[in-house]
Ligand binder design. Structure first.
Ligand SMILES: [Zn+2]
Length: 300
């Protein structure tokens, strides 16, 4: 009797959680006048050519895939096509395991599609060309058409949405929404656009905000307990939306504030923090699923 009431209580706080991973080059940053991203570590000596390194991505992705496997979690991967090409050429063994997860797209060359960060304007036709190339690249390497899209820097505009609609995407997940309950997806239906938006939640916190990206955790600005506390609030306020917990594989192995690749024991600490967080999400009986699995379950 006691056991069943306990179980019942646990089931009540079950919420939908998607682990969403932006798989891109080492710490991609916008640079004024440059369309594509430049890895943070290269910016001070940027020569206009060498714009990407993948040391952190490879180390972090290796650990990420191990962790997902161990915890039996299927994540949603927003893949930068350029990174995928690098992996195929240099780290072929990391490509096949990606397919255990949902494949989505994160640009060709981590372009700032809106030009807000780089000052380089990219019009509709150009966005369409970039997104088409990214889609085809992912499809040719993985043999899967990406279902969803997340814009680099979470910067998308109506031309992005129009291009994604044209390319037959199911959903976009580039728009942040400040909320204390897991947000519901909605359909963007205007002009020729028709696509589902899956908002990325941002938690209002004291005088600031906190995204559910583990950015601040790996930069040592927030600890694991702060993340857990916030997740509890989302659990309490849940009405059936989708909570996205997001991270970048390279961040397990790269510290932005010191612009360096981490030592093995530091990487281990980040992996353990991430494992701790994901394990907690599982133990709380949340329903962990991919974005498109969730979309199949609800009516929009
Ligand atoms: Zn990115």
């Amino acid at each position: 009797m006691l056991f069943s009431s306990f179980k019942c209580l646990k089931e009540e706080i079950r919420i939908n959680v998607a682990i969403t991973i932006d798989l891109d080059r080492d710490c991609p940053m916008p640079v004024k006048g440059v369309k594509q991203a430049v890895s943070d570590i290269l910016i001070s000596n940027f020569d206009g050519e060498t714009d990407a390194v993948f040391d952190g991505t490879v180390k972090g992705l290796t650990r990420t895939l191990e962790l997902l496997n161990e915890l039996e979690i299927e994540a949603t991967l927003f893949i930068e096509a350029r990174t995928l090409l690098y992996l195929r050429e240099q780290q072929g063994e990391l490509v096949k395991p990606l397919l255990k997860n949902e494949v989505s797209c994160h640009g060709m060359n981590h372009e700032d599609l809106t030009g807000e960060r780089t000052g380089v304007r990219i019009d509709y036709n150009h966005q369409l060309k970039i997104l088409k190339q990214a889609t085809q690249t992912i499809k040719s390497v993985l043999n899967v058409k990406p279902k969803g899209f997340r814009a680099p820097y979470l910067k998308a505009n109506s031309d992005t949405i129009k291009a994604l609609t044209k390319l037959g995407y199911l959903y976009d997940s580039s728009i942040m929404v400040e909320t204390t309950e897991p947000p519901f997806p909605y359909r963007i239906k205007e002009k020729q656009n028709n696509i589902i938006e899956v908002p990325v939640p941002v938690y209002p916190l004291n005088l600031g905000k906190m995204t559910l990206y583990t950015w601040a955790l790996f930069e040592k600005q927030r600890n694991i307990d702060e993340y857990k506390k916030i997740i509890k609030v989302y659990q309490k306020n849940d009405k059936g939306g989708l909570l996205q917990i997001s991270f970048h594989p390279w961040h397990l192995a790269y510290l932005i504030k010191e612009k360096r690749i981490l030592r093995e024991e530091e990487i281990e600490k980040n992996v353990n923090d991430l494992k701790n967080l994901l394990t907690q999400l599982k133990e709380d009986y949340n329903k962990i699923l991919t974005v498109s699995e969730y979309l199949k379950e609800i009516e929009i």
